[in-house]
Design a protein around this ligand. Structure first.
Ligand code: CO
Length: 135
């Protein structure tokens, strides 16, 4: 499996404003993207950090998966995302090997990416996203 790099680390947040202040103003990271991903009912704010990004995820609705995560676990690290080539092929390969996937085919993520989640049961508790830049 050709994992290129850690694409981003996703952080679940209840309130964006104090966290944007932390990452942009105090830590000095560059804010590179701010958009709503309807598919996941989240507002996503991304900060560039070298070759990777930090992705803040704030639910836009109570039935967002991130809202359920916040209820269960509170604010904090939500997922790790690895960048791969040919996401569709990688998902097919993992599925064929019996790896439990949340998404068996890619869906649209933030910042022009195609993404899919592997079930945390298959990754020893670490929610893992695979993503492919399609810009
Ligand atoms: Co992500």
């Amino acid at each position: 499996m050709a994992i290129e790099k850690i694409a981003h680390i996703g952080v679940a947040v209840r309130d964006l404003e104090p966290q944007v202040h932390l990452y942009r103003d105090l830590l000095g990271l560059e804010l590179i993207n701010d958009e709503v991903v309807e598919d996941q009912k989240v507002r996503v704010v991304m900060f560039k950090i070298g070759e990777s990004t930090i992705e803040l995820l704030c639910p836009t609705s109570d039935d967002s998966p991130v809202a359920r995560f916040l209820e269960r676990s509170g604010e904090g690290i939500h997922h790790v995302a690895y960048e791969v080539h040919d996401l569709t092929a990688q998902l097919r390969r993992l599925d064929a090997q019996g790896v439990e996937l949340i998404d068996k085919s890619p869906r649209k993520g933030a910042h022009g990416q195609h993404i899919a989640f592997v079930h945390p049961r298959a990754t020893f508790g670490v929610l893992t996203e695979l993503c492919e830049s399609v810009l």
